[in-house]
Design a protein around this ligand. Sequence first.
Ligand code: NCD
Length: 319
Amino acid sequence: MGFHAKHLLGIEQLEQDEIRVLLDLAERYVSLNRGTRKHSSALEGLTQINMFFEASTRTQASFEIAGKRLGADVMNMAMQASSIRKGETLIDTALTLNAMHPDLLVVRHPHSGAVNLLAEKVNCAVLNAGDGRHEHPTQALLDALTIRREKDRLQRLTVAICGDIAHSRVARSNILLLGKMENRVRLVGPPTLMPARIGEFGVEVFDDMREGLAGADVVMMLRLQKERMDGAFIPSAREYYHRWGLDAEKLSHAKDDAIVMHPGPMNRGVEIDGTIADDINRSVIQEQVEMGVAVRMAAMDLLARNLRAAKAGNPERMA
Ligand code: NCD
């Protein structure tokens, strides 16, 4: 048992045990973060570079706080002002940064697969902070930690993931993780927003919210990702809300103690009613944000341990 990965590129590469190890360590960081002294020395002496090629508020802030609490030197690259603008390729930028000997590279990129490609070119640990519609592993891990804390388990739960599945890396990583942990996953939304080859995911598919939510333990709403749409995927925001927006009536079909999740940023009144998002008896949206910092601390701590072990076993790499 242990966490053996060199990078955190996706949930796809993780074993059930590795997920458990990471979530258990994250629990310890939840306690640390709730105290007044929030520092540990897990990343002391290490350099973390955050490269976000797509807009982000919570994920970037979360990775930055996580690195600082663990004692790393954290640098945020302002990608809008970078040489990418002057025509440099992603790989050239990565190689340039690599020559400065970072230990952890946190990358968000609009293209699916870009982060995996980059990981092949550098010799530090790479963390995927979201690539296109492919994966967003730390989001699925923070969602898993939130669910495990709320439901006291992470198995045999019925989880309804609702809305814009086709464009969502959050959905993809969650489907993989929840499946690995032996939960029942339902996808609920308009057929135009379901990915192709949905049958291969081992999930149930619904286009009716009431049927899809019936008896669910967890209702996970997704943002309508308009920036990834290049055609008419939905009739209108009003019609979308009417049929697939989460309101009290639709939620009443889920279990009485069902929790409501959303990765943020939310479109209130489009995919979710604002009063439900703010209802502290149902919504765990703020807890998800809190768990995000702890999960990222755990992920970087574990990767740094593997990095140190690899360097100790192979001193050449210290050069
Ligand atoms: C998600 C993302 O960027 O993939 N947000 C996040 O990381 N908190 C979901 C989204 O943008 O809708």
